[in-house]
Design a protein. Sequence first.
Lengths: 145, 102
Amino acid sequence: MMLSFRKVMYMALSAGGVFLGVAGIYILLQADFLAFAQILIYAGAITILMLFAIMLTKHDTVEESPFTWGKALPAGIGTFGTLLFILWTIRTSSWPVAQAVPHGSNVSEIGLSLFRTYAIPFELVSLVLIVALVGTVVLARKEED
Amino acid sequence: MVPVPSLLALSAVLFTLGLFGALMKRSIVIVLISIELMLNAVNINLVTFSRYGMAPSVAGQIFALFNMTVAAAEIAVGLAILIVFYRSRNSSDVEDMDLLKH
């Protein structure tokens, strides 16, 4: 549905809907913390950032698609083939389910594991974030000349 | 519980939709959103196996969290590039990103 809209703004808004749906899936999977992080980061920040970008550029852009079959056909066949292959793989393999482990508090478990086992990747991710922040500011700054 | 194959199928559908969008759409913003869709599909798989996999643990959720932060950084940098590109070429179309061709 998201790809079928013609206005870029509608597409971005429906992408926000998709992100909310994924957050619902996380709640179904009992990953509460991840669901809230998903709502905060994706449905909140990224969708708003997208809207800002659309507003700052041509905000009334309509995807004036002269729907070229020469481009759509190989892309469609390729992606559909990939989808069929993945679905076939899912269908033909067995998925043994371990007995449901009683999760304690999901948030505290994530916190403990994040700061004990994965402390160094955590710091590296913060490094990635600060590099992205500085890089974004440097890129989008108006060059005074 | 939700059966595992249906979750995997959902993630596969989301991934291929994102792939199709990234290949077909012409607006840069939509291409970035499609990339986000693909990352989301991967995250669904990670969380599914962290809950219902052979060895359920919290590691999959940690990995999905890292994935999210990297995706956020990627989208920020991509939008900055889009702004700079729009300022110089006055367009937000993938077809106009051909500076290296000439």
